[in-house]
Design a protein around this ligand. Structure first.
Ligand SMILES: [Zn+2]
Length: 216
């Protein structure tokens, strides 16, 4: 089974992907992670990507396509992929269709974690990291425990990228780019909407139930 998971930055997409990967024995294809890996490994492609990013450009769709193809052509990953952060636009969605045909696979499910900007604002601004144990908390949704050696105010750091303007900008870009892609999968009757404002456990349960039905 191949799954796509959609949701604006801050919707908890990464967290849910991690859960699903473990539970259903899938492989996560996060284009962001692959891009960072390629750059780190200093491959030919990695250096190309690095150059684009340093020029302040988006990574071209053609490069993303090559990276996705390395995943789809890997027999160990066949029908076991969860796509996270991809496809991001219609070109990528159409390209993915072609690649899926080429490697005799298909998408079985597209999940959309529908989340309002107000919730995302709270998730982002409320996020704290304990600099002693590395746990992440949220002032609104998941406050740190009161009686623990660490995780008290003196150890909690706000994450550096937790900037509201950036968050709003990212949200708006995401919505604009991804709406047509969501329609694309809706027309194929593959799209399932999940209320991204529920608790992490509730969302996980809903997703698990949907996948279990498809798997059955
Ligand atoms: Zn701690």
């Amino acid at each position: 089974m191949n799954i796509i998971i959609f949701g604006p930055p801050g919707a908890g997409k990464g967290t849910q992907s991690n859960f699903i990967v473990k539970k259903f024995n899938l492989v996560q294809l996060s284009t962001g992670n692959i891009l960072r890996d390629e750059i780190k490994k200093k491959t030919q492609l990695g250096m190309e990507i690095d150059k684009e990013i340093n020029l302040g450009k988006f990574v071209p769709d053609k490069i993303i396509s090559k990276l996705v193809e390395t995943f789809l052509s890997n027999k160990d990953y066949k029908n076991k992929i969860i796509f996270d952060g991809y496809p991001r636009n219609l070109w990528q969605a159409n390209d993915l269709d072609k690649l899926l045909i080429k490697y005799e696979q298909k998408i079985d499910l597209a999940l959309n974690l529908k989340t309002d900007i107000e919730i995302i604002k709270k998730r982002i601004t409320g996020r704290y990291l304990c600099n002693k144990c590395g746990k992440i908390y949220n002032k609104y949704f998941n406050p740190p425990p009161k009686n623990k050696d660490c995780c008290s105010d003196e150890f909690l750091n706000k994450r550096e990228d937790d900037n509201m303007d950036i968050a709003i900008k990212r949200f708006n870009i995401y919505m604009k780019e991804t709406s047509p892609v969501l329609d694309f999968y809706k027309k194929k009757k593959l799209l399932k909407e999940i209320n991204g404002e529920s608790s992490i456990d509730q969302i996980y349960k809903e997703i698990s139930d949907i996948i279990a039905v498809i798997e059955a």
